[in-house]
Design a protein around this ligand. Structure first.
Ligand code: MLT
Length: 267
């Protein structure tokens, strides 16, 4: 059932796992994989029903995406890794550290949130499922792209827009509907953030309207010792909107993490 991950970089380096957002694929992380494979054992993969990963039987839950993550780590012989997840990938990363903190060395939460769907968000997911069933993934792209990047960036084909448009178009409609259901039913982890002891970086685009700055600020306030970096000129997919600023924030965090005294056992 697990689709083979892509692994790059030195085998003995610290493992760094990238978890993509909805409805994208591991390709979302191409600029980060290219950079961090110089210093890390970089793992990226397509989450169930996304990219080239098979959809599988429904219903889908975030729990199963967490199971898949641990399954990939086990298969690669990785006991502990730093997780970097954007939006839905952040839901997976946060739930993973909540379930098994001992397996997570560092946590990077990008353009994501800890709380569950509001009434409006759940209704919007239902509407997205109806639109996909009626008119396919093109209908979802129309709904999502302006929200992900802003109308101006879509009109001018700003950084990342073409890539994300292509990834949405290539997604299996059943996989998209399952993922929408899984996100609508996810657990609210807000009350558990204060118990987190994993070094955490929170990253958010300054123009993110899908998971706005306020959601990141709340996580930052609740997670002990966490850092927060706002990426300038960036929407929801901040790693593509402003690659240089995103990579600089991640580099800074990783250097501090791996150099810190008592950083735990290496890879
Ligand atoms: C994502 O980028 O993964 C989605 O916007 C997350 C969501 O819809 O909650």
């Amino acid at each position: 059932m697990l689709h083979a991950p892509s692994v790059a970089g030195p085998a003995q380096a610290w493992p760094l796992v990238f978890l993509h957002g909805f409805p994208f694929s591991r390709e979302q992380w191409a600029p980060q994989v290219a950079t961090f494979a110089a210093t890390h054992r970089v793992v990226s993969y397509d989450l169930r029903g996304h990219g080239a990963a098979p959809v599988g039987p429904g219903p889908l839950m975030i729990e199963f995406l967490v199971d898949d993550l641990f399954g990939h780590l086990d298969a690669l012989g990785i006991r502990r890794a730093t997780l970097c997840g954007l939006s839905m990938g952040g839901y997976v990363a946060l739930r993973a550290v909540d379930r098994e903190p001992g397996r997570v060395h560092g946590l990077v939460l990008c353009d994501t949130r800890a709380d569950s769907d509001s009434n409006e968000a759940r209704l919007a997911r239902a509407e997205s499922i109806r639109a996909i069933r009626a008119r396919g993934m093109e209908a979802l792209a129309e709904r999502l792209l302006p929200a992900l990047f802003g109308k101006d960036a879509v009109a001018t084909d700003g950084p990342g827009v073409a890539t994300i448009r292509r990834l949405i178009g290539a997604m299996d409609p059943d996989g998209a509907c399952q993922a929408l259901g899984a996100m609508a039913c996810r657990l609210d982890l807000t009350d558990r953030l204060s118990a987190l002891r994993t070094p955490t970086l929170i990253v958010v685009g300054d123009r993110d309207t899908v998971t706005p700055l306020e959601a990141s600020r709340r996580m930052h306030a609740a997670i002990p010792g966490s850092r927060m970096v706002v990426i300038p000129d960036a929407g929801h997919v901040s790693n593509l909107s402003n690659v240089a600023a995103f990579n600089a924030a991640l580099t800074d965090f990783l250097q501090g993490l791996e150099g810190r005294p008592g950083a735990g056992q290496g890879p």
